[in-house]
Design a protein around this ligand. Structure first.
Ligand code: GLN
Ligand code: ZN
Length: 719
């Protein structure tokens, strides 16, 4: 049986990708050097594939984003050089970044406004170039349907025109190859009959006979149509849901195509049960004689390798990252030929198990998810205690993580400075930021999150049952990586996690300091999560830890607590029919965590996602205040909140923190005035779109100043 792998991470074992590109940005290397180094890195990648599997794509490497590369390839953008390329990726004229399906990987959104479908032309034959890197590889492309669906600015009624014109360009690009790898993950979304027809007609025109078509992240609801397409092979995900298997069991598979069966996990880190996978493949082979074994989704959702990780022995032996997945493919293939390897076992034993935690979750009753006092009454009580004027101003939590802070953290980790020294440094920073916020006239202060590297990893380090890695980086967007923690056991909180810093901050000021916690859904979405218990239980375990944390904070005199849930929308399943189940546990976990004193004002924060479609679910969270990003839509997003009868307080984001530009007072006022059309002014707060950790003080100072001015000006105008 042949093995095929794709999506192997481009980051490099020691994050070489980041270094190579950022060096160029900093002017430390030339365009040629960048190219040379990236080619070297890609060679390394390809040789890893080659070591383990029979086939793999070439040309997956990109200098920033494959969606952008596709756009350039087909003539949407004209980039003369790397400078032009990177100006589309970052800086003032950058394209918008958005999450790729339901993952935390982001892509640049191609903008079609002003581009006519007749303008498509082949500007660049990237696959042909890529083939030079490895003669035996299969050229890689994002499929035309997925590419257009994820772009913006294409009028719905003209989608077909764009697609068919684009197809002609694709044909030109791919016709000379023996085989091409085409990714169409958009095929697993909820697709209309009209779109199915487009797909059918488009691919019929693309009858080059050499296409290996890949779908992943979920099952395809119109496999019957895929069967009819003139493609050579179809890649299906057999892990994320049962849909594909069920269809094949019922209707079989087509005899004239290869079935590329995704059976080792591209999205989670648990070792494959080789025996199970082998049996599953044997079962699938009853329906298709031409079977190839593969990963279930691209491997770039995983870190490169477990080699060198210093995790507990009993945990380490459960794990497989990207390189280990390649090995598993090899193992499964040889197992199918009757060659068993006894040493490679996916064991789940009682390591990390905590009976007490399980009992707590088991004993939860409906009351644990309900607030005792409804919002209107809570709001009245809180108002009495907090007595803000109109348009209270606040921030989302983090303040600039400067070079100085990062250096100090490194010193501390290396053991160059003591814990006491590090802590007193953090305290100094807290003092500074409290003074700054008081001087600026902000109403609700924060402690700045200087002690946190990452909002998920920070809490993961403090909780039992969650491990963090040394080098388990994955790309979030561009060159930016993060290390998802690994939730492997029952989760408990040995001691308070945030109380020290926050109560210290509160001791410095009479104004309320808002405590910032990361919510259960975001903890889960940005970690690798165990699969031996239902995800709902994992969420409740985290929620119970947060609930205890909130109690501790309340006891220490904290009156405002924000639970960040930026991944609330992203974590939702791709198919709507699975939403109810997800939102049920997602909402309940938030409610469980936030069942606090009615006098404690509970905030939540969400940003950079499509809220329009989930306002009803957001309402169910039963918080008191939500802060959201509103700058890009210039406040228009609030319209949806009104439409759905939202009656809580909203903190409007009036400053896009991804941009280095400082917004003016007028710009901010405009957003607030727009929002006032939809939401009573008494319910509006003012804040930046998100945390300020990636910004510099030179923007933060004037922007916060303008924010406070905007609030004051509006108060004056209204009195
Ligand atoms: N409290 C976090 C911060 O201010 C929120 C980050 C986020 O929403 N992604 O950085
Ligand atoms: Zn945010």
């Amino acid at each position: 049986m042949q093995t095929y792998a794709y999506g192997f991470p481009r980051l490099g074992k020691n994050r070489e990708y980041k270094k190579i590109i950022e060096n160029y940005w900093k002017g430390r290397s030339s365009e040629d050097e960048l190219q040379m180094n990236i080619n070297w890195l890609d060679k390394e990648r390809l040789s890893t594939y080659k070591e383990y599997v029979d086939k793999f794509p070439v040309g997956e490497m990109t200098l920033y984003c494959n969606m952008l590369d596709t756009a350039i390839m087909v003539g949407l953008y004209d980039c003369k050089d790397l400078h032009g390329y990177y100006s589309l990726c970052r800086g003032k004229n950058a394209l918008k970044l958005t999450k790729w399906f339901n993952t935390n990987y982001h892509y640049l959104v191609p903008e079609f406004a002003g581009f006519s479908p007749s303008n498509f032309t082949m500007r660049w034959n990237k696959p042909k170039e890529a083939l030079q890197a490895h003669k035996k590889g299969i050229p890689y492309l994002i499929g035309p349907f997925t590419f257009l669906k994820l772009s913006k600015g294409i009028p719905e009624r003209r989608f077909g025109d764009y697609l068919f014109n684009l197809i002609d360009v694709y044909k030109e690009i791919i016709r000379d190859f023996d085989e091409v790898h085409i990714d169409e993950p958009a095929f697993v979304t909820d697709i209309s009959e009209k779109d199915i027809k487009f797909i059918k007609d488009a691919y019929k025109r693309l009858d080059t006979g050499n296409i290996c078509l890949f779908t992943y992240y979920d099952s395809v609801d119109f496999l019957n149509v895929l069967y009819e397409l003139p493609v050579k092979a179809i890649g299906l995900d057999f892990l994320s849901s049962e849909g594909n298997l069920k269809y094949i069991e019922k209707h079989g598979f087509v005899s004239d195509k290869y079935l590329i069966a995704g059976i080792v996990d591209g999205r989670n880190v648990w070792k494959t049960d080789i025996e199970w996978a082998t049996n599953r493949l044997k079962h699938i082979s009853k329906f298709s004689r031409n079977l190839v074994v593969s990963n279930s989704s691209p491997l770039y959702h995983l870190p490169i390798t477990i080699e060198g990780e210093k995790l507990h022995r009993r945990l380490l032996k459960r794990l497989a990252f990207a390189k280990e997945r390649l090995y598993e493919l090899k193992l499964v293939a040889s197992c199918l030929e009757g060659d068993y390897n006894e040493d490679y076992n996916a064991v789940v034993d009682d390591f990390g198990m905590n009976k007490k935690v399980r009992v707590c979750v088991k004993n939860l009753s409906p009351r644990d998810f309900e607030k005792e006092i409804p919002y209107p009454e809570r709001a009245t009580r809180q108002k009495k205690l907090l007595s803000f004027s109109l348009f209270p101003t606040t921030t989302i939590g983090s303040f600039p993580q400067t070079k100085e802070i990062r250096e100090k953290r490194k010193d501390f980790k290396r053991g160059d400075i003591s814990k006491e020294e590090y802590n007193s440094f953090i305290r100094e920073k807290i003092c500074d930021v409290i003074r700054f916020q008081e001087d600026s006239g902000l109403d609700v202060l924060v402690h700045g999150e200087f002690e946190r590297t990452d909002m998920v990893e920070f809490f993961a380090l403090k909780l039992r049952g969650i491990a963090t890695t040394k080098n388990g980086w994955i790309i979030s967007y561009g060159t930016r990586g993060y290390r998802p923690p690994i939730i492997y056991g029952d989760i408990s909180r040995p001691k308070s996690m945030s109380v020290d810093e926050i109560t210290f901050a509160q001791s410095l000021t009479k104004k309320p300091v808002k405590a910032i916690l990361t919510g259960p859904i975001t903890m889960i979405a940005w970690s690798f999560v165990r699969e031996d218990v239902p995800i709902r239980e994992v969420a409740y375990q985290i929620a119970l830890c947060l609930k205890d944390e909130i109690k501790d904070l309340e006891r220490s005199g904290i009156r405002i607590i924000q639970i960040d849930e930026p991944a609330f929308r992203e974590r939702a399943p791709i198919k709507r029919r699975n939403w109810n189940e997800y939102f049920d546990w997602a909402i309940k976990s938030f409610r469980l965590a936030s069942k606090s004193n009615p006098e404690t004002q509970i905030h939540t924060h969400m940003c950079y996602s499509e809220f329009g479609e989930i306002i009803d679910e957001i309402k169910e969270l039963d918080f008191d205040v939500i802060s959201i990003e509103a700058t890009r839509s210039k406040g228009d997003i609030i319209r949806y909140f009104k439409e759905r009868g939202f009656n809580r307080q909203i903190g409007l984001g009036v400053w896009d923190v991804h941009s280095p530009d400082v917004p003016t007072v007028e710009e901010m006022k405009k957003i607030i005035k727009k929002a006032m059309k939809f939401i009573p002014k008494e319910n509006l707060w003012i804040n930046p779109d998100c945390g300020l950790k990636t910004r510099g003080w030179k923007e933060v100072v004037p922007a916060i100043e303008n924010m406070v001015k905007a609030a004051k000006a509006l108060r004056d105008e209204l009195h």
